[in-house]
Design a protein around this ligand. Structure first.
Ligand code: SF4
Ligand code: SF4
Length: 106
């Protein structure tokens, strides 16, 4: 007999991502980049963003960020909600962050 299981919690099937927020602007460090296992960070001129298509939600980058700029999208503060779209929309057009070039060089 074939059994079909239907998830009663469809929200659990929606993909997550992690998000870089405003505290990243002009950060001199890229500690986050070194712990990301999938090269999900992308480098804009004055901040990084995370490519949601690459991020596997391991959360390894969160404790590495001295500015506390990274959140799971489910924990994103209300005032940082615009960064969810910013990460998603800007990431495809930006280069992979290498972690060896400060976002704001001295
Ligand atoms: S560690 Fe990474 S995410 Fe955190 S502020 Fe610096 S560049 Fe941005
Ligand atoms: S949550 Fe994991 S995969 Fe996503 S950006 Fe951070 S370190 Fe990379």
């Amino acid at each position: 007999m074939i059994q079909v299981f239907i998830c009663r919690y469809p929200c659990l099937m929606v993909s997550m991502t992690h998000v870089v927020t405003s505290a990243c602007v002009l950060c001199k460090y890229q500690d986050c980049v070194h712990v990301c296992p999938v090269e999900a960070f992308r480098e804009a001129e004055e901040y990084l963003v995370i490519d949601p298509d690459e991020c596997i939600d391991c959360a390894a980058c969160i404790p590495e960020c001295p500015a506390e700029a990274i959140y799971a999208d489910t924990d994103l503060p209300e005032e940082e909600m615009s960064w969810l779209d910013k990460n998603e929309e800007e990431a495809p057009g930006l280069p992979i962050a290498e972690g060896d070039s400060p976002v704001l060089a001295d």
